[in-house]
Every structure is written in structure tokens, then in C-alpha cells.
Design a protein around this ligand. Sequence first.
Ligand SMILES: [Zn+2]
Length: 360
Amino acid sequence: MLAIIARTGESCPALVDVPEPEPPGEDEVLCRTLEVGICGTDREILESTKPRVPAGSQFLILGHESLARVEQVGPGVDSFCPGDLVSPMVRRPPTPHVRADMLAFGNFTERGIVEEHGFTPPFWLDRPEHLCKVDPRLRSVAILAEPVSVVEKAINEAVIIQTARLAEFCDDWTPRVLVTGMGPIAFAAILACRCRGWVVTVHGRDPRDSKRATTVGLWNADYVPMTEDVTDQFDVERDGFDLVLECTGNDRVMLSSARHLASCGVMAWLGSSRLPRSGEHDVSTLMRDAVLRNHVHLGSVNAARRDIIDALAHLGDAIERWPQAADAMITTRLDPKESLWHYQHREPQGIKAILDYGCE
Ligand SMILES: [Zn+2]
């Protein structure tokens, strides 16, 4: 069966033939791939030419965003049945029942990213504790559960922090939200915030009449082309934001969007450069504002089960309330055999490209 792989020393992905898995053993589930998402992490792994391959393997099988169907369950599995739709969790802790997303960096594996093969083969085995059941009504959008869960985590962490420290001032934190960027994580952020009923503004590089800027409008969110800095008329308390979801991973964008953060606001960093380059930036304004206005800057990676459950619930809300907008998130469907170009390039105006394995 086919798999899409990354090899040490090579920046091009390859299609290879790998053996089919054995029938599921004790406490194992055999899954059939329905869809796989391609994202910036896959492109970064390839670009680095140093994939974190599993012990004893010459390559890493890619694919960490997956929607699958349970094909067969092994002895002792009673939480899943053949036919169930599942979304697998990416990160695996060394011992069960810990919150893998909060483990110290390096103290875990990640399927399709860190030392465990991913989900591009048409069949793979997993353990039930790493699978989340998906309502069949979410079939058309559930491939987005992983990227949406990453944003849900950052938002849930921000809410926990704000609820703890602002209890005296507000019962229910309802932030004005700024999302920076126009990639899949930015659109996941718009979805997660609109489903919470929050007002959202998006800053991006696209002109207002571009396809992606129009898609922002489908969420009843405001789109404003990114400017380098605030104007003299800008009053951060009146015109600013209480939550900034920084989805570009660009240091200049982060610094400029920090100027928009009102007092007691939170900025969550959802992107970064895998190969950080040094540059000259003035961070003194960021520090001054953070001190005088009680800002929190929050880094966030991966997601807990709680966040995947929220992602699936919000995807369900989204297809009911903003069906056109939810539909517009998946911009390209590919035959896995013809998908390799997309592992190295982004389509202009594309949001999420997925591999479609042609199963009902
Ligand atoms: Zn991803």
C-alpha cells in the first residue's frame, strides 16, 4: 500500500510501497484512511531535510491530520466498533493518562511528525486511547478537527488565565478578537471564536477583494489589510483587542499586532518559524506595553482531548450556522498519488488542501 514519506537529506516527498498492517491485536484498532490534511508542519519537515524518523526506519511516513473509519477492532476493545468515524490524536505521551500537550519539549512522540509514522497509508493501527469518535454528521469537515483543536487549546488556556485573574471584573470574558494571517490556522481561529459568539477582526496581506478575504466575510468577521503600524488616531483601549491570535509565525507581524492589545489582553502565539533567523527588532515597546497594560503572551502547541472535543462541537455548529464558510475552508481535494507538489508548495489563495482516499 502507498505511503507518502520524508527521507533524511531530501526536501522532496516520495510515494513508496509499505506493507499492510497485521490484523489488530489485543487493545488495537485497525483504521482505514478517508482523508489526510496537508499543512505547514509537513512542509517544514521536508524543508528541514531532517525528518525525525522512527527508530530503525530510513524514513518518516507523513500525515498527522487524519479522518479515518474503524475497520476492525482487536480483543479487549469495547469503546469502538467497525464503521465508527475517528480522528486520531497526534501526540503520544510516554505513559498513558497524562496531558501530552503539556509535556516538556521532546518528552513525547507525534505520529507523522516526531519518531512515529503518520497516517498517509490507507490502513494503520492505533490504540483506542488515542482516537476520538466523530459524529457521522461531521463527515465533510472532520478532517479539520486537528488544526481547529490547536486553536481551541490556545483559546481555552487564555480563558482559564483570564477567568482566574479577572474574576473581580467580569463573569464571562468576551474578548474583542484579532486574528493575524490567512492560512488554515487563522481560519480555524475565526471558526473557534465565531462559534463562541465573539466579534472577530482579521489582519492579512491579501487585498479586500481576494478570495480568502471574501471567505473571512462569510464568517461575519471583519477583514482589514495588514498595516505595519497603528495610526495617531488609534486608541488601543477603544479600538484595540482583548485577545490576539497570532497565526502567521512572523516576528514583525507579532510585534505590530501587539500594538493592538488593550489592557489586560492576551496574545496567543500559534505559529513560529521552524528555523528562526536573527533580525533586528525593537521589542522595548512590546515590553513597555506588556508591563503597563498587564498583557499575557502565551505560547501554545498541540491540543488536549478537551480541545479536540471542542473542535468537533464547533465544527458541528459551524456547518449549521455558516455552511458556506465552513465549506470554503477546504480549498483543494487531491488524489494521494497526485498530491506531492502540495507538500512543498502552497496554492495561491488556498486554505486547506486534503488527500481524499475515495471512500464513502
Ligand atoms: Zn497540521
